[in-house]
Design a binder for this molecule. Structure first.
Ligand code: TYD
Ligand code: MG
Length: 457
């Protein structure tokens, strides 16, 4: 179906649109980021508005007069997924789940579809055949689901007619990058195709109040492939991450129009599918017979959830001229900053040493309260003195070597106490609260040197 199309330029970084090409995006300032895309002639703006909004809301209404029934959320049959979505799937929501290839996105959505026996789910796969999906269902021991309809197709026009035929309660599109729209003459996976497919699905979802889940791949830089517009268009963006060589997977909410982005879901990839992890700390701490040097435990938070993670460091004399610094699961720039702080403020000479840092379990932490454990692990490895196994830490380290306050201190202390730790080192600036109720000894430190005294005597 050939239709009139026009050419516009879209910034790959921020999604800004311009009628002519520019070397630098006027909105975000990125160089060479404008890509040429062709967009089909659209419906007139007012018709689009009609189809998205219902007629009653087209007139401006006083805020107090707007009637709002409690949003009916549908449980996805998966506690961790519900938690990240803010309590379940909202009717008409367009949800994007992004992640690297092989991380388990297809498994997650298939398990979800199977666990919702009362709902009709249409699973459209552009990547695998129906047989392959059946094999995956066999692997997770759930082949009896007759609420779940599978179709392997990539043409959006066909998919819209499947939606008409099948009348599903939920649609899954795996993946948005494989979908093609005959109105756009560029290859599947290109910016124009992704944009058009998403906008078409968005209209279907809003018009029929039908939740649609899109799967999206992530490119090498770690952002969702396709322009940022994709993120602007959808209601919810979830990111599925983890290390493929490890079992743990974290589902993070990056954007959520219906809930908080502070929630994370934790899963474990097993031979027969993803298992929800309700108690992450117990799994992330590895068990050692005796205390080893180079290990420190951090009472970390990801979003609203406290969990204890093991930070491992290895410090050794540099074999080559330039010392190596490497970090897995932790920001390398932050590691370099902490090393500089140690050098300058605590007088530890690490400039000629290789430093390797690793967060156990293959997870990535963003919590700055991990700083203190990172420093503890590095010093422990450097001095070859083990930190007592029943001590854990939480504190952000500032440039002058001060220990800065952290958020949700009580939750961190509570989690440490629950897991049987005897001592926790926390920032003095978090104030004097009644920490006695936790039944754990709370040492408050304001400078690195005070923390070292507790750790190494
Ligand atoms: P998959 O869901 O296909 O990933 P994605 O859709 O994100 O590309 O899952 C990929 C990996 O998960 C694959 O390497 C095999 C592994 N896996 C398990 O370990 N256990 C299982 O039960 C399943 C279904 C997959
Ligand atoms: Mg897949």
């Amino acid at each position: 179906m050939a239709s009139k199309s026009k050419t516009v330029y879209v910034c790959r970084q921020c999604g800004a649109e311009s009628p002519k090409w520019m070397g630098r995006c006027p909105k975000c300032g990125e160089w060479e980021s404008m890509a040429e895309i062709s967009v089909p002639a659209r419906m007139p703006a007012e018709r689009r508005a009609q189809s998205v909004l219902n007629v009653a809301t087209l007139r401006p209404t006083a805020l107090s007069q707007i009637e709002c029934s409690e949003t009916q959320r549908t449980s996805s049959g998966n506690g961790e997924l519900d938690r990240v979505l803010g309590g379940g799937i909202v009717p008409g929501a367009l949800i994007l789940i992004g992640g690297e290839p092989g991380i388990g996105k297809s498994t997650l959505v298939l398990q979800m579809a199977i666990n919702m026996p009362q709902r009709r789910v249409l699973y459209v796969s552009g990547e695998e055949s129906a047989q392959q999906i059946r094999l995956r269902a066999e692997r997770i021991h759930s082949t009896s689901a007759d609420n779940c309809f599978i179709v392997s197709d990539t043409h959006l026009e066909n998919i819209l007619s499947y939606i008409d035929d099948c009348r599903p309660d939920i649609v899954i599109v795996d993946s948005i990058q494989t979908m093609e729209n005959d109105n756009v003459d560029s290859l599947p996976g290109s910016i124009s195709q992704i944009r058009e497919s998403t906008s078409l699905l968005m209209h279907v979802s809003k018009e029929r109040n039908l939740p649609i889940i899109l799967i999206g791949h992530i490119n090498k830089e770690g952002s969702l492939a396709g322009p940022k517009v994709l993120e602007h268009m959808v209601d919810v963006v979830l990111q599925f991450e983890g290390d493929r060589n490890h079992m743990y997977r974290i589902l993070r909410s990056i954007k959520n129009r219906f809930g908080s982005t502070d929630e994370i879901g934790i899963f474990e990839m097993q031979n027969d599918g993803l298992r929800e992890v309700h108690n992450p700390s117990e799994l992330l701490l590895s068990q050692h017979e005796q205390a080893l040097s180079g290990i420190a435990i951090s009472a970390a938070m990801e979003g609203m959830r406290p969990f204890l993670i093991e930070v491992q460091a290895l410090v050794s004399t540099a074999a080559y001229g330039t010392p190596q610094r490497s970090a897995t699961g932790f920001d390398i720039r932050r590691l370099n900053m902490l090393l500089a702080v140690l050098e300058k403020r605590a007088d530890f000479k690490l400039a000629a040493k290789d430093v390797f840092l690793n967060i156990a379990g293959g997870i990535r932490v963003n919590d700055t309260a991990t700083d203190l454990a990172v420093i503890g692990a590095i010093l422990s490895s450097n001095t070859d003195l083990a930190i007592n196994q029943d001590v854990c830490l939480a504190g952000e380290v500032g440039l002058s070597g001060e220990i800065r306050p952290v958020t949700r201190i009580e939750q961190r202390i509570g989690e440490a106490a629950k897991l049987g730790f005897k001592t926790i080192i926390v920032p003095r600036f978090n104030g004097k609260n009644d920490f006695g109720k936790f039944g754990i000894s709370v040492c408050q430190a304001s400078k690195l040197t005070e923390a070292f005294k507790v750790l190494f005597g």
